[in-house]
Ligand binder design. Structure first.
Ligand SMILES: [Fe+2]
Ligand SMILES: [Fe+2]
Length: 138
C-alpha cells in the first residue's frame, strides 16, 4: 500500500487532494492485483490515466496563475510522462493473461506515482507556499 506521508505533501490543498486521489487509485489497482481480480484493471487503469492527465492540467493552471518561473520545464516534464501513461495502459491490457505484466504494472505504477508525479512536484513546494501566503495577505 502506498501512502502520502507528510514529507510528500505540498501543503497546497487542491494539489494534495489530487495526489491523494491518485494514490487511492494506485492502491485500488494493487488491491485487485493482489486479490486475483486483474480484469478490473480494464476500468481502473484508464481511470488512473485520465485522472493523472486532468491533474497535470489543473496543476499547470495553478502554477500559471502564480507565475511559476519554471513552469515550462514542469510542463515539459508532464508531457514526457504521457509515454509512461501509454505504457501503463498497454500493461493493463495484458494483466489477465500474463503474470509478468501484472508484476510490471504494479512496479511501474508505484514508481510512476511516487517518483515521477509526487517527488518531482516537491521542486515547486517552496515557491507555491510563498505564493499562496502572498495571496492570502493581499
Ligand atoms: Fe502533481
Ligand atoms: Fe507535477
Amino acid at each position: 500500500m502506498v501512502e502520502l506521508t507528510r514529507s510528500f505533501e505540498l501543503e497546497n490543498k487542491p494539489v494534495d487532494e489530487d495526489h491523494r486521489g491518485l494514490i487511492a487509485l494506485v492502491n485500488d489497482i494493487i488491491k485487485v492485483l493482489d486479490e486475483g481480480r486483474p480484469e478490473e484493471c480494464a476500468q481502473l487503469v484508464p481511470d488512473f490515466v485520465a485522472f493523472t492527465k486532468k491533474h497535470f492540467q489543473r496543476e499547470e493552471a495553478l502554477l500559471e496563475r502564480y507565475d511559476y518561473p519554471q513552469l515550462a520545464k514542469h510542463r515539459e516534464h508532464h508531457r514526457r510522462l504521457h509515454d509512461n501513461l501509454e505504457n501503463l495502459l498497454k500493461l493493463a491490457a495484458n494483466v489477465t493473461e500474463s503474470e509478468p505484466a501484472r508484476q510490471s504494472l504494479r512496479k511501474e505504477l508505484v514508481y510512476f506515482m511516487m517518483d515521477d508525479v509526487i517527488n518531482a512536484d516537491l521542486d515547486f513546494k517552496p515557491f507555491l507556499s510563498e505564493a499562496a501566503t502572498d495571496d492570502a495577505t493581499e
